[in-house]
Structure formats: C-alpha cells, structure tokens
Design a protein around this ligand. Structure first.
Ligand SMILES: [Mn+2]
Length: 427
C-alpha cells in the first residue's frame, strides 16, 4: 500500500479508532501475528495478518506491531528485518516502519503508561470493530474487485459445467478463474456440493479426510450448490448459486428455488439504513415458511411455525453476515447484544441495525438435512407441524442457497456481486 490517497484513508481509520477508544495515557499494541507451525514438520501455515492490524497498518506482514501512544496521540509501526541467513532462503522482508528490535526501547520510554494488548481487551477490540463496520473507498474498491474475480469464476461454471464432472473438477475450474481474474486466494474453502451434498451447509473438499479426499460425480438433473468467492487486498467476496445441471428442473426444484430467490430479493431490498437485521432475517424465514406450507411440507400458521423452530429444520442458518477483511466480519453483535438460543436465530451472525457503509451477505436457503430429518426426537416434536410423509421422499434432494454481497448506501442497495447471473438450469 503506497499511494498517498490510501495513506490518508488509513490515517482517517486510525483517527476514528482513537476517537472510539478515548484513552488518556495508555499505550496500545496491535500485533499482526506470527506464523503458525504445522505440527511435526518445519513448515508453517500460510500467514494471515490479524485483520485489525491489516486495517490500521495497511500491510500483511508477520511479526509486526502497530503501537499507539495515547499521551502523544501518535501511531508508530514496527516491522521485522531479514537477517543475512534468512535472505539465503527467503525473499527479503518488506521493511515497514521502524525495526521491531526497537520496540522494547520505545516502550521503555513509556513505562509509566499502562500497556494494553489490543487483542486481549474487549473495549479496544470493539473500538476497532465499530470502525471497521463502515467501509471506506479503499475498502469498497477492494470488495468490488473481489466480487469481479468471483464473477469470472461463476461465468466459467455457467459455460463449462456439465453432468458427469466431479465436484473437484468444478472446484479447480472456478478457482482457476478467480486467480486468473486477480484474486490473491479464495476467501474461504470453496463449497462445491452436488446432489445430496448440497444439504451440508459447509461441505468442502478434504474435510472428510485430508490425505485422500473424496469427490462425487454430478449426475444429470441434480442440484449443484457452489458457495465460493475470490479474495483481494485481504477483502472477501462470498457468493452462492444453486442450479440444476443437464436437465429441465423438476416442479419441486423450480418451486423451492423460486421461494429462495424471492426471499433473497425481498431481503436485499431491505438492506437500507435503520433496518434491524434480525427482523429482516425473521421475515426471510416467514417467506420460506409460506413456500413450505404451499408445497405441503409444513402445516400451520407462519408465525407459529417460525416460533416453534419448524422452519429452522429447513432453514437453520442466519440470513447473512458482515463481510470485509474476514468473510464473517467483525462487529456482528454490538456491545449489549448476544446470540440467543432460539432455533431460528441461534446461528444469526449479525444482530444490529444496518448503517450506510456496511457490507452484508444476503443468503437465505432451504435444505433437506438428513441428521435433522431422521432424528426421532425432532420427528416426535414436530409430528403435527411437519408433513413427514411429504418431506421423507425429499431426503437426498440436497439444498438451495442463493447469496449476494450487499453494500448499504443512503440510496438503493448496491449488490457487489449483482453482475453474477442466477441461472436455474445450466449444462
Ligand atoms: Mn456467506
């Protein structure tokens, strides 16, 4: 990060954070983090900086520290320097700030001031989170670019995927296009789930066994759910499309897909300042509930079915989450709010009123999850609300999720991933 525009924006982030902290004389250290060794080897996991450091420093360098002296209201960056031996094996370190070896001396001059490690202090962390909520222009351009890399990947899927391909082949194809379009990495492990696998909310290659991962061949007429996105400049994109491959959709596939699509459309339109995200989420559950009643899978009144947890059997997750330097970004719950235990909301990752500058995913879904549908306690509990004789034949159907990334503005919601088509059928 070099340009003076970005320097100015980073300066302004620091100012906002310091205003939130409102400290007198403390010294705060924000660390980038260290490489994590892989057990039993001399290798390390790929480095990811702590997002608070990345946000306030603008770098992704390991073993670096950003220090703030509240007395002088000054920020000082410290970074590692390579030794001659290290430079035999590695490219030289990015020489940011003062050498990290000078940090002790710098702290000694301030030893009368209380020292706070930012990642151990709730007030300090939430001061950064509250600032990270509202994205600045530099962040928005990274987020838009990340979404464009995802678009390249999904276009490849629409043009190339046919029945008979394995999930792994599809994953390789979509990720290659993310990277070709400029993504630095995938924002999270890509979910490429065919047929019944689409009912696992977070299904990904190698999860079952990292030595010999299994993959499945997509069959004609099955659902294919892809939840994948590129990452750029540390910023994530998070997109899901579900389609029927190689055949005309069945009536049930088409009906449920349209219910999810409608729930998503209504929720995206609600991504406006002042809307309580929990309410938007519950309304999406009501839309899905109406669809399940109409299809004859649930019986009863919409509000009662949402309240009892019957809808959560088919839509167990939250409508969406904040997106930024992590795919499930900081600030989902403001101080004073906590995740509840209600089945329809316990996985809700955000509970706050929307504000201009927030980025949220909008991702309703409907799934036929075997572990829930076969549980005898659940079957007994929902004996009257769930029409089991109509639900049971749909075991193995998989699931449908449609997800876009939405920027809350003071005008119309901006759908960052809006250029990615939503075909019901491909191949
Ligand atoms: Mn998501």
């Amino acid at each position: 990060m070099a340009s003076s525009d970005s320097d100015e924006l980073i300066e302004s982030r620091r100012q906002h954070v310091a205003d939130h902290w409102n400290l007198d004389s403390e010294v705060v250290l924000v660390r980038s983090g260290s490489l994590v060794p892989i057990a039993g080897s001399d290798l390390q996991y790929e480095f990811r900086p702590h997002p608070d450091f990345a946000y306030l420093a603008g770098y992704g360098v390991a073993d670096a520290v950003l220090a703030y002296d509240a007395k002088d209201q000054r920020w000082q960056l410290f970074g590692p320097r390579s030794t001659a031996d290290e430079m035999v094996w590695h490219q030289p370190a990015n020489e940011i700030g003062l050498p990290i070896t000078e940090l002790d001396e710098w702290l000694k001059k301030r030893e009368q001031q209380p020292l706070i490690e930012s990642h151990n202090d709730l007030k300090i962390e939430s001061g950064i989170a509250e600032t990270r909520l509202r994205k600045d222009e530099l962040e928005l351009s990274a987020l838009r670019f990340a979404a464009a890399t995802s678009e390249a990947g999904f276009s490849w899927v629409y043009d190339n995927v046919t029945a008979g391909m394995t999930e792994r082949e599809i994953q390789i194809g979509i990720e290659a296009e993310f990277f070709r379009a400029g993504a630095v990495r995938t924002a999270y492990p890509s979910i490429v789930a065919s047929g019944p696998n689409a009912a696992y909310l977070h299904y990904f290659y190698g999860q079952d066994d990292s030595l010999t991962p299994t993959t499945r061949t997509l069959e004609k007429g099955e659902l294919l759910l892809i939840d994948a996105g590129g990452e750029f400049g540390g910023y994530a994109s998070d997109v899901t499309r579900t389609m029927v491959v190689g055949a005309e959709p069945t009536d049930v596939q088409m009906f449920l897909w349209q219910v999810v699509q409608r729930a998503q459309e209504l929720a995206i339109d609600r991504c406006r300042p002042g809307q309580e995200w929990r309410e938007v989420h519950l309304d999406s559950a009501r839309v899905i509930c109406s669809g399940l009643i109409e299809l004859g899978l649930l019986r009863g009144e919409v509000d009662a079915l949402v309240a009892s947890g019957a809808v959560a059997l088919f839509y167990p997750h939250g409508l969406g989450h904040l997106i930024g330097l992590t795919v499930h970004d900081a600030g989902g719950y403001p101080p004073g709010r906590e995740p509840g235990s209600h089945p329809q909301s316990r996985y809700l990752r955000t509970d706050r009123p929307l504000e201009v500058g927030m980025i949220t995913s909008v991702e309703p879904g409907i799934y036929f999850i075997d572990s829930l549908l076969t549980d005898p306690v659940i079957r007994q509990q929902f004996a009257t609300e769930v029409v089991w004789e109509s639900v049971d034949p749909l075991r193995g159907f998989g699931g449908i999720r449609i997800e876009d990334d939405v920027h809350v503005t003071d005008g119309e919601p901006e759908v960052l991933s809006g250029a990615i088509e939503k075909p019901l059928r491909i191949g």
